[in-house]
Design a protein around this ligand. Structure first.
Ligand code: SAH
Ligand code: SF4
Ligand code: F3S
Length: 480
């Protein structure tokens, strides 16, 4: 996330980066568009759907905003800072727009949904506003805007899943891809804007998900991450006449069976919904990665209740115990919010205590940001001063840093299968890849016998804070 206050590691770190798919040769198209994404992985996945819709209408993607006829920002509303970043970006595009009359600027995603037509008034340079369920109407809206009208469609839908749209993966490393399996959220966590910006929960046709994953594998991809705000409540009635239902555990298996060489990840799990069946399915298939993102938000029962999370700290700990029982090597990661309304020092200590108990491998940590219209904004006072929020957050970050370092140090000497993703950030003489727990491992490239997308067996020789350093001890050749 753009305003992630704390550490970033793991694949989700990509959430914070601006993203612009590009066409090999955008000049072959009638017009060029530039799209930049903010927020969660679902927004990034949505941009790939938008790219596909625009492409079918004759628009080519470009990485260079200066040559674009259309500029889209796919936006996030999760915290105030996320919206501020987008507003700043819009002012940066002002100059471009002034220099290029006829260029259109569109706001997509959650901020479009939250602010609707108000965005046109607030940000005078916005021409098009489109919510997350209305992307099919983009070509018509562009035409309207070309004709000089302001174009808005923020209708939310109960059934739109874009199941039939084949996303364009123009910015991908060719190894990993996101696949949306559902949209919206039916939970009402009191702090959260997502139910308002993304609408009701709906699950995508299981067959179309499997087909998309199979197609990715056939094109050389080795890892898919199944995405939803609450993946464990995935529920699809495959055959209405026989009432045959596909649960999330079923879906995991359907995707895992495409090939043992296709890794399957998923995000996020709401602690109340993750089932024993899902844990058993993860344990059953080696290629379902052993990493569960299980946001706790707070360790205090009183705060959890105000947050409307519907579980207690005891219940959550029992869930963590069960995960460890079924899969002793499973990584567990979390989201944590510091300084929610009325949070006392004691509540804060409860959060620290539960972090120590769960020994998270990684966490996203934020301080509370009130979002207009949410239950918390309407019912509770945002009464924790910012300096206290920040101090508590810093304490949480320090605890997590220690836990992550401890977990990494314990990995030295272990042997992991890693999937090579590309050059390491620091040196093109090293590869970076991940193990099943999603931890980054950096290894020397050696004689050049490997490439991104290869699996290798690695022995960890050192751990430096966030990264493990290893040596390749065996190559795994995939027969194909
Ligand atoms: N559906 C996901 C969460 C998506 S939002 C889930 O339930 O796991 C990602 C994270 O942002 C949340 O888990 C929460 O920790 C954080 N977040 C959401 N609203 C927030 C707010 N108003 N202030 C601070 N952090 C917030
Ligand atoms: Fe927001 Fe809660 Fe839904 Fe996650 S589960 S998107 S935190 S309402
Ligand atoms: Fe942000 Fe919307 Fe995702 S608010 S976190 S982009 S669902």
């Amino acid at each position: 996330m753009l305003d992630v206050v704390a550490e970033k590691a793991h694949d989700e770190a990509r959430q914070g980066e601006a993203f612009a798919p590009f066409a090999e040769d955008p000049n072959q198209y009638k017009k060029k568009f530039f799209i930049e994404s903010y927020g969660c992985a679902m927004n990034f996945a949505d941009s790939e759907i938008v790219a596909s819709i625009l492409n079918n209408d004759g628009f080519g993607a470009t990485r260079n905003c200066e040559e674009a006829d259309l500029i889209f920002l796919n936006t996030c509303s999760i915290r105030e800072k996320a919206e501020q970043t987008v507003r700043k970006r819009l002012t940066e595009f002002r100059k471009l727009k002034q220099a290029k009359p006829g260029m259109l600027v569109g706001v997509l995603g959650c901020m479009a949904e939250r602010l609707k037509a108000k965005l046109l008034e607030e940000e005078k340079l916005v021409d098009i506003v489109v919510g997350p369920d209305a992307y099919r109407s983009l070509p018509a809206l562009i035409e309207e805007a070309d004709g000089g009208q302001k174009a808005v469609n923020v209708l939310l839908s109960r059934d739109e899943t874009y199941a039939d749209i084949s996303p364009i993966r123009l910015n991908s490393n060719g190894v990993m891809a996101f696949v949306s399996i559902m949209r919206g959220c039916n939970n009402m966590c009191s702090f959260c804007v997502v139910p308002f910006t993304r609408g009701r929960e709906r699950s995508r046709d299981a067959a179309s998900i499997v087909a998309e994953c199979r197609d990715l594998f056939e094109r050389g991809y080795k890892e898919v991450t199944l995405l939803g705000q609450n993946v464990d409540s995935y529920y699809y009635t495959a055959d209405i006449s026989s009432n045959k239902v596909v649960t999330f555990a079923d879906l995991l298996e359907m995707v895992a069976l495409i090939s043992p060489d296709l890794r399957v990840r998923f995000s996020s799990s709401h602690p109340k919904d993750i089932t024993e069946d899902v844990l058993q399915m993860m344990a059953k298939h080696e290629n379902i990665c052993k990493c569960i993102h299980l946001p706790i938000q707070s360790g205090s029962n009183r705060v959890l209740q105000l947050m409307n999370r519907t579980y207690t700290r005891e219940w959550y700990k029992a869930k963590v115990d069960r995960i460890r029982e079924v899969m002793p090597d499973c990584a567990i990661t979390a989201d944590i919010i510091a300084g929610f309304c009325t949070e006392t020092e004691e509540d804060h200590q409860d959060t620290i205590e539960i972090m120590e108990y769960c020994k998270y491998d990684f966490a996203y940590m934020f301080y509370y940001s009130e979002r207009p219209g949410t239950l918390a904004a309407r019912r509770y006072e945002d009464d924790i001063p910012e300096d206290i929020k920040k101090r508590r957050l810093a304490e949480i970050v320090a605890v997590q840093r220690r836990l992550s370092e401890g977990a990494n140090a314990a990995d030295v000497g272990k042997i992991f299968k890693i999937l090579i993703e590309g050059d390491s950030k620091r040196s093109d003489k090293d590869w970076m890849g991940r193990n099943t727990q999603s931890k980054v491992v950096v290894v020397p490239k050696g004689e050049g016998q490997h490439k991104p997308g290869d699996y290798v067996i690695v022995k960890v020789v050192e751990s430096t804070g966030g990264t493990l350093i290893g040596q390749i001890i065996e190559s795994l050749k995939i027969e194909s």
